[in-house]
Design a protein around this ligand. Structure first.
Ligand SMILES: Cc1cc2nc3c(=O)[nH]c(=O)nc-3n(C[C@H](O)[C@H](O)[C@H](O)COP(=O)(O)O)c2cc1C
Length: 224
């Protein structure tokens, strides 16, 4: 059974609309005590599997661990930083994302491997949002520990652990984490990362868009 919908929404302020699947995603820490069904887990992995990748190399690898079912869960949990473990232990599912950093065909370095795994995880995350799940990615884990625990060869790079589950009410968290859960989401402005001509020169596109928005607001005001 799929639990009640998320207890807290944190819709972003955007300069133009974005799809609700993207707007609904955020990195929650409060997980409900409800399992993720096998069918749902396979959907997440299929979403990752059908991602684009440089030369169709598909460099993504995952260790999937369900709480109370797979012993890998406790091993992954033990690899997390203390500050992550405190909330991630409530998640019913942990997934370790790993990149193969060399090409399967010739063993040469694949400089897009991490890029491709990030994209696969983004697609997995969007699929998770679509079926009511939340994904919280974590870089705070011991890479060397998981390499030893899972006998991961050198040409593979453990990148992130994902905590996945259904959201719970923020009040279910200890006070300090509850406060973080309720914080407003922050982002840099588009002008800080959209360039044109020379680096750090904000694109004229953004100026044109703001002007068009202003004209629209003014014309709405005039109509009222
Ligand atoms: C690669 C990566 C590593 C992250 N590592 C951590 C982490 O160790 N602990 C944590 O609480 N959040 C972690 N996050 C979550 C980010 O802090 C979060 O995505 C960011 O603050 C933006 O918030 P939002 O996802 O709610 O929009 C990580 C996210 C990514 C993509």
């Amino acid at each position: 059974m799929i639990p009640a919908p998320p207890q807290l929404d944190k819709p972003p302020k955007t300069a133009a609309p974005i799809h609700s699947l993207l707007a609904r995603r955020w990195s929650a820490r409060a997980f409900a005590d409800a399992p993720v069904e096998i069918e749902q887990i396979i959907s997440l992995l299929e979403a990752a599997r059908w991602s684009a990748s440089s030369r169709n190399e598909q460099p993504w690898h995952f260790v999937v661990a369900r709480k109370g079912i797979d012993s890998d869960f406790d091993r992954l949990l033990g690899s997390l930083s203390d500050s992550n473990r405190i909330w991630a232990q409530r998640a019913p599912l942990l997934i370790l994302a790993v990149a193969r950093t060399t090409f399967r065909s010739n063993g040469k370095p694949n400089r897009h491997a991490q890029y491709d795994v990030g994209q696969a995880v983004a697609n997995l995350t969007t699929q998770a949002t679509a079926i009511g799940l939340t994904v919280h990615q974590m870089g705070g884990f011991e890479g060397d520990t998981v390499r030893n625990l899972f006998a991961i060869p050198n040409e593979y790079d453990p990148l992130a652990v994902l905590a996945i589950g259904f959201r719970d009410h923020p009040d279910s968290l200890p006070t300090d984490l509850r406060d973080r859960e309720l914080q407003t989401r922050q982002r840099l402005d588009l002008s800080s990362f959209v360039h044109s001509g020379t680096w750090n020169n904000p694109s004229a596109l953004l100026h044109d868009h703001s002007s068009a928005q202003l004209r629209e607001v003014n014309s709405q005001g005039a109509r009222q």
